[in-house]
Design a binder for this molecule. Structure first.
Ligand code: 7TS
Length: 412
């Protein structure tokens, strides 16, 4: 790992073939990294290499290719454990991503441990994938949902309410690490420590954090941590759920099928231990292999360096946008993650994104799958620029110039 100052960020861009193109005749500025990140050559090569040389099903063959494939698959699990400092690779379950990871916990932990009258505690800034699975579970079990309130446009939460919300009915708290629509960072370690004292199970949605800052699940002290490969330079369709062994061992299987069983009879089946108990059927094999390459790539840069770079760009963008008239900015002024959400007065976010696209700048406009939060803030949507380590200050300059042109276009 390098120290922050010795990194040539511009040079890293050469590792990303997709960045070097024109869109609508203009150089691409890709500021939609919170939706998905781009992939470096090493990840693309790992996928191609796997399919050209090693492709075979895992955990069942004795032939050479099957062994290679199984070894690479399990090596990716070990690498993932190291990436987030899990105690053991057995605490890593491969899933399709954050959404499936949370659904898995809701389906299996929830089925086992929740009953009518219990409370699931969430926050008002959650992504739909950390809301809807719990709402479905609440409908099934008769459990209730309570929320830590958001304080306003800054997108930070009123954690002073935690003591009164941590009632004896609360069985689980599930919270986002970094908000995808506000860029606020939650004090997850502190909350987990307080939850632990009360025997409350904790889940951290790390979709926006895992590839952007150093994550240590043991230091956070959470029971579950969910994240997606595609947001951290890996392929789509692969992600992981970390679960603390003691908690995973209490949970029934997720889906039934091949590879999650010890023995099967016509009447009775015995299941494997975690993680294989939760991975029925032929898994995504190339996904973990691509993810492994992505984790190596990120850690060669150093996530603390990535975090600093992300924050610098976000602060720079926030400052420049703050200087404009007729703009409403969201998210915290201090300790902002690498994104900026905003609204131009009397201009729909979709119009901002459409016009920015014509200028080669890829943004996202919409509710960002945080519709209840948008309603709470009295808006339908925002426009969002989200950064990663391959973005540069001159791209922020270009983006702000484009925003000013859009304002002019609307007579502002
Ligand atoms: N949680 C958070 C905080 C997210 O930002 C996202 C995706 C998810 C969960 C779901 O991840 P998935 O990989 O399972 O889909 N966020 C976004 C976004 O901000 N724009 O597009 C997807």
């Amino acid at each position: 790992m390098k120290s922050g100052n010795s990194i040539d960020w511009q040079k890293l861009r050469a590792d990303f073939p997709i960045l070097h193109q024109q869109v609508h005749g203009k150089p691409l500025v890709y500021f939609d990294n919170a939706a998905t990140s781009q992939k470096p050559r090493s990840v693309i090569d790992a996928l191609v290499h796997y399919y050209e040389h090693d492709n075979a099903n895992v955990h069942r063959g004795i032939h050479e290719l099957s062994n290679r494939s199984t070894n690479a698959f399990e090596a990716a699990r070990t690498r993932t454990a190291k990436f987030i400092n899990a105690k053991s690779p057995d605490e890593i379950i491969f899933t399709r991503g954050t959404t499936e990871s949370i659904n898995l916990v809701a389906a299996t932990w929830g089925a086992k441990h929740l009953k009518s009258g219990d409370v699931i505690l969430l926050t008002e800034v959650e992504h739909h994938s950390n809301l809807v699975p719990w709402q479905l579970l609440a409908q099934r079990t008769g459990a209730k949902i309570a929320y830590i309130p958001v304080t306003g446009d800054e997108g930070t939460l009123d954690w002073s309410r935690l003591d009164s919300l941590f009632t004896s009915q609360v069985k689980l708290i599930s919270m986002v690490h970094i908000s995808n629509s506000m860029g606020s960072v939650n004090p997850v370690a502190e909350v987990c420590a307080r939850a632990k004292k009360l025997g409350i199970v904790t889940l951290v949605d790390g979709a926006q954090s895992a590839g952007h800052l150093t994550v240590d699940v043991q230091a956070i002290g959470c029971d579950f941590f969910a994240f997606s490969g595609h947001k951290i330079c890996g392929p789509t369709g692969i992600g992981a759920l970390y679960g603390r062994t003691e908690v995973l061992e209490t949970m029934p299987p997720y889906q039934g099928g091949g590879e999650m069983i010890l023995t099967v009879g016509y009447d009775k089946t015995e299941f494997k231990h975690a993680p294989h108990r939760f991975e029925a059927g032929t898994p995504d094999i190339s996904g973990p292999i691509g993810l492994h390459a992505a984790m190596d790539y990120l850690d060669a840069i150093g996530r603390e360096n990535i975090w600093r770079h992300d924050q610098e760009l976000a602060n720079y963008a926030y400052e420049k946008l703050s200087a404009l008239k007729n703009i409403r900015l969201f998210g915290p002024k201090q300790n902002r993650a690498g994104l900026v959400s905003f609204l131009l007065k009397d201009v729909h976010a979709h119009d901002v994104v459409t016009l920015a696209d014509q200028a080669g700048v890829a943004l996202r406009g919409g509710h960002h799958c945080t519709q209840p939060l948008m309603h709470k803030l009295g808006v339908e949507s925002t426009a969002r620029a989200s950064f990663y380590f391959y973005n540069m200050r001159d791209e922020v300059d270009r983006f702000v110039e484009v925003i000013q042109q859009i304002q002019k276009f609307f007579g502002q």
